[in-house]
Design a protein around this ligand. Structure first.
Ligand code: SF4
Ligand code: SF4
Length: 426
């Protein structure tokens, strides 16, 4: 631990605030995760990752940097990890799931900014995120207006902020813009790493990320079983660790977990009794340690069997075709893959709602909880029409808007319990 303190101090963290954050995080993890019953043995790996999330993993990042590799931090699933791996870089998701130093964030941002953006600023201004401090480049993206404008404020606060433009419509021009932006990003990665991307290095990057995605897709499919072999909380954790861990080790750990779940399913074993009400959560991403809603749902006699979210199926379900013999051809395949992501920043965005219906069918879910962060215009605006569509398709929907505080937990629980009762009565 003393090694870590020196490492944290060298990274410029505020050790006192960081201690306070780790203590809250550790306590919440114990109360929410370790208190669950019938967890698969394979979750021990993820418990270990979480216990070392600011320790061993950061040490690995520092070792990689010492070997000349670059750490690239990002806030969105539109930033292709394949490209980062192609220059032997390390990709890390930047944490934005805790209500930390919102007072500091509100000094530079409007109060009515979503919790995800406020959290990113709270961590930066409070100097508590070793991932952010270890990043050689921080990648922002023009997705929602909140993020887009806040990067102007973030720029002077970080070493090297690189902003990627993104299309807002699924048109030919939109696809061409995305490809050009990925080409420009490749140039940036080559410049910071001093490495030239080749078809072989890009193909290798694609294969590593595809293997990771295939593993989480396998996990997602196993959740169709009744009783559910894994809780929604644990599955969410796996999807969250997706953004931090070494990709090869992560893939291996998820596949081992899936082998165990295969056995559980054969034996008819699960985390909740067979027949427990099954729900899908759809909406804004839940970054570590945002576990509030799944905890409330799974404490209300229901189990989450799928997440239509960027930390979940929206972020991972599509595989990049590793076809092509040139960087140009592979870049086309990468663009094609990412262009299909159905984030609510696109207009219109019909495939997202349609996919939730497909998920509900495949996973035998009885209802959907639509989750929006307060002040998140894209998902809140989209939530009305999607609710209408799902209800019309016979898929009961509960629309919730919340933030990272615990203040509304009681009220949310009451609404979730009433929704679960409605589903039981059907
Ligand atoms: S919800 Fe949209 S903006 Fe947010 S991470 Fe996903 S793709 Fe990016
Ligand atoms: S939750 Fe909504 S408002 Fe917040 S960053 Fe994501 S898309 Fe933007």
């Amino acid at each position: 631990m003393s090694d870590y303190r020196k490492m944290w101090a060298d990274l410029g963290l505020d050790l006192e605030s960081h201690d306070a954050l780790l203590s809250v995080l550790g306590g919440a993890y114990g109360d929410i995760y370790l208190a669950q019953k019938n967890r698969p043995e394979g979750m021990k790996y993820f418990d270990f990752v979480m216990s070392e999330v600011h320790g061993l993993r950061i040490k690995e990042l520092m070792d990689a940097k010492a070997q000349g590799r670059k750490v690239i931090g990002s806030y969105c699933v539109f930033v292709p990890e394949e490209l980062i791996l192609a220059v032997d870089g390390v990709s890390v998701g930047l944490c934005a799931g805790a209500e930390f130093n919102f007072a500091g964030a509100e000094e530079v941002l409007p109060r009515n900014t979503c919790a995800l953006i406020k959290s990113a600023f709270g961590f930066k201004l409070g100097k508590v995120c070793p991932y952010l401090e270890a990043s050689d480049v921080v990648v922002g993206e023009n997705t929602c207006d909140g993020k887009k404008k806040s990067y102007e404020i973030l720029k002077p606060l970080v070493k090297d902020l690189y902003v990627m433009d993104l299309p807002q419509m699924k048109s030919d021009m939109g696809r061409a813009l995305l490809k050009e932006e990925y080409r420009r990003f490749l140039g940036k990665l080559e410049a910071v790493s001093g490495r030239k991307v080749t078809a072989a290095s890009l193909k290798k990057g694609i294969e590593i990320v595809n293997a990771k995605r295939r593993a989480v897709k396998r996990l997602a499919a196993l959740r169709a079983a009744d009783p559910a072999p894994i809780s929604g909380l644990d599955a969410l954790l796996v999807n969250q660790v997706f953004f931090y861990d070494d990709p090869l080790r992560f893939t291996d750990a998820v596949n081992k977990l899936c082998d165990e779940l295969d056995e559980r399913i054969k034996q008819g074993a699960g985390v909740f009794p067979a027949g427990t009400t099954r729900l899908i959560v759809s909406g804004c991403p839940m970054a570590v340690p945002n576990w509030k809603l799944p905890m409330l749902i799974e404490g209300s006699d229901a189990v989450i069997v799928g997440e239509e979210s960027c930390v979940g199926e929206r972020g991972a379900r599509r595989i990049t075709a590793a076809q092509g013999d040139t960087v140009e051809e592979l870049l086309d395949e990468i663009t094609e893959r990412y262009f299909q992501i159905d984030c609510a920043i696109f207009t219109p965005n019909p495939t997202r709602a349609a996919y939730v219906e497909e998920m509900a069918k495949n996973l035998h879910a009885q209802g959907v909880v639509h989750y929006s962060l307060q002040f998140c215009q894209p998902y809140i605006v989209e939530s009305g029409p999607v609710e209408k569509g799902w209800e019309a398709a016979g898929l009961p929907t509960l629309r919730l808007e919340t933030d990272y505080s615990q203040e509304d937990a009681g009220q949310l629980k009451t609404r979730i319990e009433a929704f679960v009762e409605r589903l039981k009565g059907k």
